[in-house]
Design a protein around this ligand. Structure first.
Ligand code: XMP
Length: 506
């Protein structure tokens, strides 16, 4: 495997995903909490960082533990750190370089640059530049404005690159990473979804034996794939619970429950709508709603789990980004929204936790789901927040408002599917606003609710752009909503990107 040491760059997870795409396993660890270096680590990648190596107190690392012992690749900050520590010089760039550049010098004889073409486009994002290299370093790639775009230390498998091969704008970035990971570090490309499925099932069998596991299904990709994997290992000893919190999409509870049963899962559907509505009565504050929904979910789930005799484990669909220890170089980050996951469950229930997907990124989970032949209807779904429509109804929640929003959402989502746009959109949904507006219907004045439609493109939800949906499509959906959903007389489309907006309105 490859060890990726994180110095806090926004691109670190992207490096890991690119390495995984080469079917090579890798892990991300913070630069200041390095795991023991075992024999299966074949190479080390140092990430970028928002910091400058010239600043006092910027992330630092004793590189002698790796240099000459393992193939080493520094990316951006990682490269600058190497240059600086080994006797070179790093200075502020005259201009902050951000964006595309073209390589105008490539040393094709260098193993790292093999088959990287002259003129290849690379993605730059840096404020510092390596001005002098130590004597035993050689330049292996340049751009017109960055002489040291890539370097190698002579007679060592130690490399640094100023650009970001992990970003798709570096058009041959994947080849470069392959050169490092496969040809230089010698990793074999055998970490495939099939192998993952096979070895995970074997491990789960060993770990769980005849024990019973309880798992909460949400209808989403992660919990579904986790359930199918565990089911393959222990069959009926996996007890799934699917809670209707009254905040799901229209018909979702019934249809997803059917698909789960069709997949052979031992699943119990629990209608707890009233409990949720009661707990939410009069609460308008977004965080207050999240807390109430989280609390009732735990109560309902716990109550159901108690009914299963002798259950020992709690299965969860936790994925790798949920557990990567993040490097905070700018102080602790502010809580924007407390994402409700079922994090409180294990403590409360006194169960051991089994999380078969906790080494995978989302795209890996989808590939594993495909190998497991899970229906595309489940695998291809847009993300949907745990608190569901609860955070898409601005202000307090009532069953009546939920019913209105479900109809609006249904028309929008179904419309996307029918127009063949659903898969082009990362996430879509509708918000019910606490606003009434004047309209006219026939000869009557109306004073009714406003809904906002939101559709975004994104990679991981951390940043997002609003989707440029065709006007005719928006027009058609808007007409349908206003004509068919009683109580709504105005539809608006959200054209805000994240940041500075967020995807959900609450
Ligand atoms: P924001 O609104 O923070 O959303 O831009 C980013 C992604 O997270 C989802 N989201 C949530 N998911 N519980 C969840 O399980 C939550 O409380 C929550 N809030 C936002 C959101 O749908 C988007 O995919």
């Amino acid at each position: 495997q490859i060890l990726i040491l994180d110095f806090g760059s926004q691109y670190t997870q992207l490096i890991a995903r690119r390495v995984r795409e080469l079917n090579v396993y890798c892990e991300i660890h913070p630069f200041n909490n390095i795991p023991p270096i075992t024999d299966d680590i074949k190479g080390v990648i140092l990430s970028g960082s928002p910091c400058s190596v010239r600043d006092a107190g910027s992330p630092d690392l004793d590189l002698s533990q790796f240099r000459g012992k393992l193939p080493l690749l520094g990316v951006c900050y990682g490269a600058q750190l190497m240059a600086q520590k080994f006797g070179g010089n790093v200075l502020p760039s005259e201009i902050r370089e951000y964006g595309r550049a073209k390589l105008n010098h490539v040393d094709m004889h260098s193993d790292l640059m093999k088959e990287i073409n002259l003129g290849s486009q690379v993605w730059m994002s840096h404020g510092d530049t390596i001005s002098d290299l130590p004597a035993d370093f050689e330049v292996i790639a340049s751009t017109p404005s960055v002489k040291v775009a890539a370097f190698k230390i002579q007679n060592e498998d130690t490399y640094g690159i100023q650009f970001h091969p992990e970003v798709t704008h570096s058009t041959e970035g994947k080849e470069l990473l392959r050169n490092f990971v496969v040809h230089i570090a010698g990793c074999s490309q055998d970490w495939t979804p099939d192998v993952f499925v096979e070895s995970t099932i074997t491990e789960l069998k060993e770990k769980l034996g005849n024990d019973k596991v309880v798992l909460g299904l949400s209808g989403g990709v992660d919990s579904s794939v986790a359930a199918v994997l565990i089911h393959k290992a222990i069959g009926e000893n996996l007890h799934c619970i699917f809670v209707d919190n009254g905040l799901l999409r229209k018909n979702e509870f019934e249809s997803v429950l059917e698909s789960y049963k069709g997949m052979g899962l031992n699943v119990k559907g629990v209608n707890a709508k009233d409990q949720f509505y009661k707990a939410l009565e009069g609460i308008s504050d977004p965080e207050g709603k999240r807390k109430a929904i989280g609390r009732v979910f735990i109560e309902v789930f716990d109550q159901e789990a108690q009914k299963i005799q002798g259950v020992k484990w709690l299965g969860q669909g936790t994925i790798y980004p949920d557990i990567i220890e993040s490097v905070s170089v700018n102080g602790p980050s502010a809580t924007i929204k407390s994402h409700h996951n079922v994090g409180g469950l294990p403590d409360k229930m006194n169960l051991k936790v089994v999380e078969p997907l906790n080494t995978l990124f989302k795209d890996g989970v989808r590939l594993v789901g495909k190998t497991l032949e899970i229906d595309q209807n489940i695998l291809g779904r847009h993300p949907f927040p745990g608190p569901g429509l609860g955070i898409r109804i601005l202000g307090d929640i009532t069953a009546e408002k939920v019913a209105i929003l479900q109809e609006v959402d249904y028309i929008f989502i179904n419309g996307l599917k029918e127009a063949g746009l659903y898969d082009d959109v990362w996430q879509a949904g509708a918000m019910l606003l606490p606003v009434q507006s004047v309209g006219v219907m026939g000869d009557e004045r109306t004073y009714e609710k406003v809904v906002a439609l939101r559709a975004v493109s994104s990679v991981d939800g951390m940043t997002a752009d609003w989707c440029n949906l065709p006007y005719e499509f928006l027009q058609d959906v808007s007409n349908k909503i206003i004509n068919q959903v009683k109580g709504v007389n105005r539809v608006v489309y959200d054209i805000s990107s994240k940041p500075p907006a967020t995807i959900e309105w609450e």
